[in-house]
Write a protein that binds this ligand. Structure first.
Ligand code: ADP
Length: 511
């Protein structure tokens, strides 16, 4: 089936792809889909409507996908609900094997998937390969975890009773995902949901539906039964209605969302109606602290990775660099040098570029506004500070700002762009106080070689994840998630399964 689908390439898309790719001697992705995937079928929207997927590098269309509406979403929910009746009774071993098949196919198609990610999300292909590897690591991990969703036998307080706890899948899940990690944000959720015995309706971001559809094609090839994994594509205008339906349909048991805090809060509210299970991975405002005792060279390497991966468009990106006064000048000088040496703007397809465009014009304008606001309020621009229109409309110069204070938007809000903001502090207490002075609490990082300080600060940071002398912390084995307004629940690790199971208590009496 999947092989047949692969032949149904959108010819317009191929032309576009070949136009971009031939110049750079990179081969076409061999599969790209122009239909959504519902109940094991490749389908158009009932309305026949489509929307364009744009390449953020040059704004050109890569092709079209269905612009689905409520009727299509309802059909997907019903298909997932029907499929759940059988899927919930599969054995853990059966589900594990299907996930393993999917993982093997994702590994086999690593380069093709990476090209699709680069074309629709703009990140350098090396980073896209990294995302594919990160993405399929969740499928591998949950193929293993599927077989360890064990219950418990309790110590009964009375002789006449035995008590056990079993875990059961919650049912149909609605998975709403963002564009910044178009593969990994789906597999991190769907891997856990499928392992637990849930079925899924995935609503990928409007900027990056092609990766989601490629994942569906490989899931189909892996052998998942029809209706177990569905993809509903829609544009930004239709997203609220589809999101509302997923949150409010009595056939959906739970929602998992990664995206903005604003949309997360709306979904939370909508889920309250039916008291739905909800997992939220929302925005961050990560502090990256460098103490006087730190190895500054290592801190700069960590800063580069944390700040500039995916052009700063990650919720765990360092948002505020807090540097202790003795090492401030040294850190800033070394960071400036590294940024000049290592950051090359360009198309993600070329091997020389290390920094792609921002995802769309809205995002580029947002970053521009944040920098303008800082400059107007007295920030000093050491590097960059404006759009890189010579490279493309969506590109922004790698930017370094100092003299930053708490009146500026860049101090309070997630920047989501290649803008490094450096703030000087005097004492450990001051650093922790600035770090925690935000409603967000996703990731935090610090560099120190004082073991007592390491334990103190790690405990005091109000975040869900801490990188200690490390700028890259994400891994399938670890629990990903935040505190405060950064979200609810954890993804990855064995805790990731908890979002998708109910604990049922069985009490055997009169023994
Ligand atoms: P961003 O602003 O970075 O695009 P969003 O939170 O707006 O982040 O988008 C993340 C995901 O949420 C995308 O799939 C998007 O289509 C979806 N989305 C946006 N608005 C809504 C909404 N009102 N209800 C449900 N999903 C939505």
């Amino acid at each position: 089936m999947a092989l047949i689908r692969r032949l149904q390439l959108n010819t317009g898309t191929v032309k576009q792809f070949s136009g971009i790719l031939q110049q750079r001697e990179v081969h076409l992705p061999s599969f790209v889909y122009d239909k959504a995937y519902v109940d094991g079928k490749w389908v158009a929207a009932t309305s026949g409507m489509t929307f364009k997927v744009l390449n953020p590098y040059d704004g050109k269309s890569l092709g079209v996908v269905p612009n689905m509406g409520e009727e299509d979403c309802k059909a997907a929910i019903e298909a997932a609900h029907a499929a759940f009746q059988e899927w919930q009774n599969t054995t853990a071993k059966e589900r594990s094997m299907l996930l393993r098949n999917w993982y093997n196919l994702l590994v086999k198609n690593e380069n093709e998937l990476a090209k699709i990610i680069t074309l629709e999300a703009g990140k350098p292909v090396k980073e896209s390969v990294g995302e594919v590897q990160y993405g399929h690591s969740f499928v591998e991990w949950f193929s293993e975890e599927a077989r360890r969703i064990n219950g418990e036998v309790l110590c009964s307080p009375v002789k006449s009773k035995e008590m056990i706890l079993i875990k059961q899948p919650i049912g149909v899940t609605g998975l709403i995902t963002p564009w910044n990690f178009p593969m990994a944000m789906i597999t991190r959720k769907a891997g856990a949901a499928l392992a637990a015995g849930c079925t899924c309706v995935v609503k990928p971001a409007e900027d990056t539906p092609l990766t989601a559809l490629a994942l569906a094609a490989l899931a189909e090839e892996a052998g998942f039964p029809k209706g177990v994994f569905n993809i509903v594509t829609c544009d930004r205008d239709n997203a609220p209605a589809i999101g509302k339906m997923l949150c409010e349909s009595p056939l959906v048991a739970g929602i998992s969302f990664t995206g903005s805090t604003e949309v997360g809060k709306l979904l939370y509210k909508q889920c309250s109606q039916g008291v739905k299970r909800i997992g939220l991975e929302l925005g961050g405002n990560a502090p990256f602290i460098v103490f006087n005792t730190a190895d500054v060279d290592k801190a700069v390497v960590g800063a580069m990775a944390s700040k500039f991966r995916n052009c700063g468009q990650a919720c765990v990106s360092a948002n505020r660099f807090l540097i202790q006064e003795e090492v401030f000048d040294k850190f800033v000088a070394k960071l400036t040098e590294k940024m000049q040496q290592e950051l090359v703007l360009g198309s993600g397809i070329t091997s020389t570029s290390t920094l792609g465009p921002l995802i769309n014009i809205t995002q580029t304008m947002k970053v521009n506004k944040i920098v303008e606001d800082a400059v107007q309020k007295g920030a000093k621009v050491l590097l960059g500070g404006k759009q890189a229109v010579n490279v493309g409309e969506r590109f922004y110069e790698p930017t370094l700002l100092t003299n930053v204070n708490d009146s500026m938007t860049c101090y309070k809000e997630e920047i989501f762009g290649p803008v490094a903001v450096c703030i000087k502090f005097k004492s450990e207490e001051e650093a922790v106080s600035i770090a925690n002075d935000t409603k967000r609490g996703l990731a935090g990082y610090f560099y120190s070689n004082d073991i007592t300080q390491i334990f103190r600060v790690a405990k005091k940071l109000s975040v869900g994840m801490v990188g200690i002398n490390e700028g890259m912390i994400s891994s399938a084995e670890a629990a990903f998630g935040g505190v405060k307004e950064s979200g609810i629940g954890r993804e990855g690790s064995h805790h990731g399964i908890d979002e998708y199971v109910y604990i049922k208590y069985l009490c055997f009496g009169n023994l």
